[in-house]
Ligand binder design. Structure first.
Ligand code: UDP
Length: 325
């Protein structure tokens, strides 16, 4: 098969490319290198079945040409990372909304299968934990920049499902919960690479807020397996799936685990949200998926627990001069 991955030089996209290359498929990447890096795909370059284009998903003729050549399109190109979103809201909204419009429009023209990656951020301030795909989505005020990310990705979901209903586009939507592993950079705020890098450098480990907020961290290898399995299923079209781990951990406990596993001397410090992000920043207190839908559909079970994930990330950082990519 021929696979197009927009955002393919990013953290998840590059692991997805690896999975398809290992299966013996032909892989085409489109990435503008805004948050992705060439290092993530360096090892694939030179392989005859691997092609990459450094350009934007806004470039309609380029997207049209790539969509034409491929059988399945994974649309991962997006502005990601809470820090980046708070700092560059215009870019976040434009990239997430316009880029998806272009990809869906071109895929619909050619009737190609699409998988759109959305985010657990769309559950927002809902306290109906664990979050189910058919549950209510509760976003904060539009004056709080953080919610522009959830809102832009939600618009993507609506657009994708509208294309499915109105134009019969075979598109599946996945909501990725915190996905982690080697190659994820801490530069845009992601907590695990940041904590591991801080611990290895014996710098303070920075817990934002009181550290009682919790997350479930899914291993990128497990998530990629689920993505591949979903596009192999034609009856996934028109559906929305949560993908992630259900092993919940507070950010304070995560900091302590990272410190213990790295045998670091780093102090664990707390930083108020206002200082870490922007005045009035609202965090999600708990983010836990209900994964029964995808478990029933493709038998998805995350196989890698938090300590195994941290061991991989720590080993990767150690072998890359303290950096996670
Ligand atoms: N966080 C933290 N210290 C950091 C970076 C993040 O305490 O250096 C917290 C952040 O406030 C959030 C959690 O870790 O509560 C997960 O943050 P991340 O940006 O990785 O993902 P999010 O779940 O917010 O999308």
């Amino acid at each position: 098969m021929k696979i197009l991955i927009t955002g393919g030089a990013g953290f998840i996209g590059s692991h997805l490319a690896d999975a398809y290359m290992q299966r013996g498929d032909e892989v085409f990447l489109l990435d503008d290198l805004s948050t992705g890096t060439i290092e993530n795909i360096e090892h694939l370059k030179g392989n005859a079945a691997f092609h990459y284009t450094i350009d934007s998903v806004h470039n309609r003729p380029v997207v049209a040409e790539l969509v034409d050549r491929c059988d399945v399109i994974y649309h991962l190109a997006a502005a990601v990372g809470v820090q980046l979103i708070v700092e560059s809201p215009v870019n976040t909204i434009e990239t997430n909304v316009h880029g998806t419009e272009v990809v869906l429009e071109q895929a619909a023209k050619k009737g190609k299968r699409v998988l759109l990656t959305s985010t657990s951020e769309v559950y927002g301030l809902s306290d109906d934990v664990p979050f189910r795909e058919d549950g209510n989505l509760v976003l904060g005020a539009s004056t709080k920049g953080r919610w522009s990310y959830a809102c832009s990705k939600l618009l993507d979901e609506f657009l994708a499902l509208a294309y499915f209903r109105e134009k019969k586009l075979p598109v599946v939507v996945v909501r990725l919960f915190n996905t982690v592993g080697p190659r994820q950079t801490g530069r845009y705020g992601m907590v695990i690479p940041r904590f591991v890098q801080q611990a290895l450098a014996n710098e303070p480990i920075t817990v934002f807020g009181d550290g009682q907020q919790s997350r479930c961290f899914g291993f990128v290898g497990d998530v990629v397996e689920a993505l591949v399995a979903l596009t192999d299923r034609e009856d996934a079209a028109g559906e929305v799936f949560n993908i992630g781990s259900t092993q919940e951990v507070t950010i304070r406990a995560l900091a302590e685990t990272v410190k213990r596993m790295t045998k670091s001397d780093s102090p664990i410090v707390t930083i108020p949200y206002d200082e870490a992000y922007a005045a009035g920043f609202e965090d999600m207190p708990r983010r836990v998926p209900d994964t029964s839908k995808i478990a029933n559909f493709i038998g998805f079970r995350p196989r890698t627990d938090l300590e195994e994930i941290l061991s991989e990330v720590i080993a990767h950082c150690r072998s890359h001069d303290g950096s996670n990519f």
